[in-house]
Design a protein around this ligand. Sequence first.
Ligand SMILES: Nc1nc2c(ncn2[C@@H]2O[C@H](COP(=O)(O)OP(=O)(O)OP(=O)(O)O)[C@@H](O)[C@H]2O)c(=O)[nH]1
Ligand SMILES: [Mg+2]
Length: 298
Amino acid sequence: MRENKKCGFVALLGETNVGKSTFVNTAVGEMVSIVTPKPQTTRTAIKGIYNNHSGQIVFVDTPGIHKPKGNLGKIMVKIACESLVGVDLLILMVDASKPLRVDEKILGEIERFRGPKIVVFNKVDLVKNKNELLPKIENLSKILKDVEIFPISATSKEDVKKVIDRIFESLPSGEPLYSDELYTDILEKNIAAEVIRKHLFLSLKEEIPYTTAVFIEKFAEPQDEKRKVHIEAVILVGKKSHKPILIGKGGENIKRIGIASRMELENILGRKINLRLFVKLKPDWENDPETLKELGLR
Ligand SMILES: Nc1nc2c(ncn2[C@@H]2O[C@H](COP(=O)(O)OP(=O)(O)OP(=O)(O)O)[C@@H](O)[C@H]2O)c(=O)[nH]1
Ligand SMILES: [Mg+2]
């Protein structure tokens, strides 16, 4: 008898920095979406594809919901909300290690969403006093009414697997939409841009990483596997005063960012890379429609 396979889209919605991208990476077992300790790391909707004997889950990681200060933030929140259209199941992720709160915008989206929804109460490993957890879960279930809550650590494969099993229960029957060799639909050149952005976020302080963006101008992958992949990337900087800080004394910062990005990308692509970074000042790029379009931010 033919097995009844399941398949569907599952979006992760939540405030910024709660662990949405970490969850998708743990589920898929690959670096699909960049993770940093800073809020507002994810800027677009990113798909991570998970397969097992039960079927296929297409996770949609989304930018964190926050009160936007500028145009980029507004676009990110809009992308997150629009990502819920056509999704089969919604995961609301809440940070268990912080004082309990659910943003009004999120509550509105949760109410509007007609399909099945679950809550993932993440980062429980950071809650030292476990007695604090139960009252928080009770309060959360009062706010969200009738929504199942999973206290987990998104860094734990075991915990994430429990959520995956629960997701399959609610997904519709269907054949996989993507080949089981794919773990994401993102182009390799866009993964390269994201990895560089990750290292900008990790090495730059305060508002500086938020005024940067990365374009890949050249991505040449020779057929001969022994030859290096040649990547040329442009780092856009939105403020004049940020450019020398990003580059660093004698270019030491940009050199460090380049080396860290190249090493991570070599790991992901399984090939040697020649990476060249160019820093370009583009004042106020987040308000320039052409630049936003090129970055996939609309
Ligand atoms: N201790 C602990 N840290 C976690 C856990 N999940 C995520 N983190 C950390 O929380 C930080 C934010 O994680 P992300 O996955 O980038 O969070 P996000 O919700 O995708 O954030 P944005 O994309 O900025 O909205 C990172 O430093 C992660 O390592 C967890 O279960 N336990
Ligand atoms: Mg993220």
